[in-house]
Design a protein around this ligand. Sequence first.
Ligand code: ADP
Length: 634
Amino acid sequence: METKQFKAESKKLLDMMINSIYTHKEIFLRELISNASDAIDKLYFKSLTDDKVGLDKGDFAIWITPDEEKRTLTITDNGIGMTEEELENNLGTIANSGSLKFKSENKLEEDNQIIGQFGVGFYSAFMVAKKVTVISKAYGSDKAFKWESEGVDGYSISEAEKKSVGTEIILELLDDTDDEKYSEFLDQYRIKGLIRKYSDYIRFPIKMEVTHSRPIEQTDEEKEAKKPLEYEDYTEIETLNSMIPLWKKNKSELKDEDYKHFYTEKFYDYNEPLRYAHVKNEGSANYNALLFIPSKAPFDFYSKEYEKGLQLYSNGVLIMDKCADLLPDYFSFVKGLVDSEDLSLNISRETLQHDRQLKTIAKSIEKTISNELKKMLKNDREKYEEFWKAFGAQIKFGIYSDYGMNKDKLQDLLLFTSSDGNKLITLDEYVTAMPEDQKYIYYASGSSTARIEQLPQTELVKDKGYQILYLTENIDEFAIKTLAAYKEKEFKSVSAEDLDLGSEEKKEEIKAKEEENADMLTALKEALDGKVEKVILSQRLKSHPVCLTSEGQISIEMEKVLNSMPVDQKISAHKVLEINPEHDIFNKLKDISSAGDKEKLAKYAKLLYAQALLIEGMNIENPVEFSNLICELM
Ligand code: ADP
């Protein structure tokens, strides 16, 4: 028998498959089953108009037959089959298969992993088989043919015996190695699992003869004698796929339970989802989708191991487990799947990224998620707050990232703790509750609400009857800075230098006092040796002696966050030390200053600065000096 050579490109791809280090070799089964299903589709279509086919819809099936003794796995279909010519053209060369598109991306050498993610067709069989035999009889032909290949060396075609129309693909599995146990593909449980995972929604039944074991019925005497049970094996033909995807069913047929059950099973979550959406979209993008918002963040959610993405199906066949392009980062917590007829099965990651259809779908999905979240916020506040606890940081991150490009879309999803009763409020709720004379949206940052509540800077704002948003997470202030304003109200930190709250008279009064004590303030600043930009008299302090504020873009809280990141460059806020002119300490300072005791004044400056740092929750730079200074005074 003549051995024919594969075409050059085919050889290359085959080589890739055979030497694939890809871990998801298991996808070969999905590929072969999809081909079988396509072939049945074609014959089924014919049967609708052609009585000669002699098969009803219920007769069509795909069979999986593992044979442990022979170490073979056989996939059989009663689809349209292939003629000799078709075997030659379809399997001898990739040029005629959809795999060509894939190959022409030229990405194969660079990215082995692509193999597992996309339809790579028939050739994937060589990832697990040392020999592949295809016996096929085409519809309308009275002859059957056999195609055989052991890989790159080539293939041969010869006449064969086969009674019925269809195709049988026999894989002689590779020998097991230390790393790869190919024999697992003969295990009925493994096969069942793979079919449930990849091919559950194939429209024709996938059948397998499965072996079960049952106890042998005992005689009364045996029971009496408490003889241990003995078991016998029996076989049964099982359909391994459920055939109709949940998402293709009518919404009216489905119950809450169905969705929840589907979610916990499919996405391995013990907890029911907080919310789900079943989308059937027609128009610019045709797709069905199931979207779920989990109730808890997966353990790895905030690590870089976490992979976002939705499952992507093309007409019921899984083509990608985690299609990242379907979800923006700020919605990376969403689980679910998308099934579209508009996508081809043989699509590489590269082409997918540029696929217009996919982009349209992604946009539409994003809108749906956003709407669902807004509905939840409006109608089910308790649930939304639960969601916020789990994933709020991700939304805030979305505001801040991409230079604030998405802030308008996301700002109404934000919640912050308010000084008014420590409850979570939206920005809209804040603005709506603002008294008429309030110009800004005020916020204060700190490591906890308890800590923020004690910040001296909050006193005056609260006294005015204004709410303050408490920012307790690292990302918060960055998000606020990105927003800059909401409904034309600017955000203002209670620690900002220009709080702009006091009356004009008060301002004048303080200004005069500052001028009067200019020498003293300068001396205090100099004593602090560049640690603060200025020492000023405070308009915001009421009972506390001192506080630290900042001028410019970087706040003290941001300095803390930025410096906790592993970067070399230290970043500092432009700090301002504010002294309360109504406090006794102010008079004390004045006394020391007028007595000309520069040394003592410097010591007081250091002490006050250290106090202010401590109130801010920052480390004091020189604790020993601080402690000595206190003792000295005592
Ligand atoms: P693709 O399915 O992407 O076209 P494949 O390499 O998987 O690429 O298959 C090549 C071609 O071989 C298919 O397009 C189909 O025409 C034919 N083929 C594969 N498997 C079968 C089958 N079980 N029955 C009939 N034709 C098949």
